[in-house]
Design a protein around this ligand. Structure first.
Ligand code: GDP
Length: 195
């Protein structure tokens, strides 16, 4: 995929603000700090389109990035901060539920997990939720520069087992630092549009 243009068209706090032009969407989900903003900037070849290291307590939004005027990359709000209030969690849950259940043009929801660690219980819940809605065929393992390539398979196995992934589901290692895995991720996302 050659990214010719990318722009944020909406930072939505309510479903009324979601784009209604019917363009295909691919959403990215993951716990806070997993490297989602970095991944978005890397695959779009932009330095600061998505904000890196967002702080807890900040307003949660669903961010819609229009790519090549063809489709949206959708940045779902992160989860997993220990200090988030019950109220905020409920708001987050409602937002995700509405989004996941109502988007007719949603092609895929990609879960991002840290390649180094066993996915958290929150990751597992998120993945179950994604699967429940019929998505989750691609998991991105972030910060792949933090382990040696020889250790990938061992880490993939841990991720697969914890999340309960099917054999046909894919794990794609990505390093924003080293700019690795970008073409592979785009290749897999393009396949979704063609399927
Ligand atoms: P987000 O909260 O999921 O959007 O995560 P960020 O993109 O803000 O990244 C969280 C932290 O992880 C930051 O300190 C990043 O610099 C770091 N990080 C993100 N991607 C990578 C990566 O590919 N390699 C390494 N080594 N660090 C990364």
């Amino acid at each position: 995929m050659k990214v010719i243009s990318s722009e944020i068209v909406m930072s939505a706090v309510s479903p009324k603000q979601y784009p209604e032009d019917g363009r295909p969407e691919i959403a990215l989900a993951g716990r806070s700090n997993v490297g989602k903003s970095s991944t978005i900037n890397t695959i779009l070849n932009r330095r600061k389109l998505a904000r890196v290291s967002s702080s807890p307590g900040k307003t949660r939004t669903i961010n819609f990035y229009l790519i090549n005027e063809e489709f949206y990359l959708v940045d779902l709000p992160g989860y997993g901060y220990a200090k988030v209030s019950k109220n905020e969690k409920a708001t987050w849950g409602k937002m995700m539920e509405t989004y996941l259940s109502s988007r007719k043009n949603l092609y895929e929801v990609v879960l991002l997990v840290d390649i180094r660690h066993e996915p958290t219980n929150d990751d597992k819940m998120m993945y179950d939720w994604i699967k429940h809605y019929g998505y989750g065929s691609i998991v991105v393992a972030t910060k792949s520069d933090k382990i040696s390539k020889g250790a990938y398979q061992k880490h993939f196995k841990v991720i697969r087992e914890k999340l309960g992934m099917s054999p046909e589901d894919k794990i794609i290692p990505i390093s924003s630092l080293k700019r690795e895995g970008i073409d592979k991720l785009w290749g897999n996302l393009e396949d979704l549009f063609m399927a």
